[in-house]
Design a protein around this ligand. Structure first.
Ligand SMILES: CC(C)(COP(=O)(O)OP(=O)(O)OC[C@H]1O[C@@H](n2cnc3c(N)ncnc32)[C@H](O)[C@@H]1OP(=O)(O)O)[C@@H](O)C(=O)NCCC(=O)NCCS
Length: 240
């Protein structure tokens, strides 16, 4: 688990790099080496969640949902997200694209209230950087703090990346042919898990606000440059 002082240091350093112009893919150039800012997503992020899921390839949709979800099914899934009951986490890059997200769904059946199911997706061009595992850790911490005792992951047996993440966290994996279930028993919440989640969420919210401001700043600068270019061209035309 990342310590609160590391989180604060990461937040400070992240602030310094935001006002550099955005690169093609830039998450790794921020404070990611120290931490990945993962924030909790509310209903105002619905459109970006939909964009993220719709951009998954058919193969990835199959791995994520366990069936070849078409656009309409994804849109229905997004419309049905319950932000009050469940927790949705996301990682944004500096261009405010949702490059990774996870859904922690709390069981609704009275007999299973201490259970939650985890689902995740990371865009293909940023895989292998640990985002999937970090989202998993974040979900584990939140689930513990919410009194969940058992986290559950349903994955296709061919999905070694997902099963590696679950195994790496200590989950028991049971294979049933082409499908596998992973169960992770969670320790109860403690002061450390509560404080770390609080600080991590605060850092991620600040990170997001800085990204929004930087995004607006670069959009504004682009408009100003276009205006200046227009004026220069007009001047050149009248003087020739
Ligand atoms: C599964 C998924 C979320 C993993 O995301 P990720 O950010 O690449 O995951 P991580 O970087 O934390 O890596 C997880 C494991 O996969 C391996 N891995 C991930 N990408 C890899 C790559 N391009 N090459 C080699 N190994 C890779 C890592 O080595 C790691 O295993 P390890 O801990 O034993 O080293 C991502 O592949 C994905 O979105 N897949 C489609 C949707 C899906 O399968 N969702 C899960 C079902 S709910």
């Amino acid at each position: 688990m990342i310590s609160a002082s590391k989180l604060l240091k990461a937040s400070y350093h992240a602030g310094k790099v935001f006002f550099r112009p955005p690169l093609i893919e830039d998450v790794s150039t921020t404070a990611v080496a120290v931490m990945v800012p993962i924030r909790s997503l509310g209903p105002s992020h619905t459109e970006r969640i939909a964009q993220h899921l719709l951009s998954l390839t058919p193969a990835d949709r199959y791995l994520r949902f366990g069936y070849s979800a078409n656009d309409e099914q994804i849109e229905r899934y997004v419309a049905g997200l319950n932000f009050e009951r469940d927790e949705i986490f996301g990682i944004y890059n500096r261009r405010l694209e949702l490059i990774a997200m996870a859904h922690l769904a709390f069981a609704v059946e009275a007999d299973f209230t201490s259970c939650a199911e985890f689902g995740v997706s990371v865009l293909s061009h940023v895989r292998g950087r640990g985002y999937g595992a970090r989202l998993f850790d974040r979900a584990v911490m939140h689930a513990r703090n919410e009194g969940v005792h058992m986290m559950f992951i349903h994955a296709l047996s061919e999905n070694t990346n997902m099963l590696n993440i679950a195994r790496g966290a200590g989950a028991r994996v049971e294979r049933d042919g082409s499908e596998s279930d992973a169960y992770l028993r969670l320790p109860p919440a403690d002061l450390n898990s509560r404080m770390t989640e609080m600080v991590e969420e605060k850092v991620a919210q600040t990170d997001y606000q800085l990204k929004v401001q930087a995004h607006h700043f670069w959009s504004f600068l682009r408009v100003m440059q276009e205006v200046r270019r227009g004026m220069r061209d007009a001047r050149a035309r009248t003087s020739s």
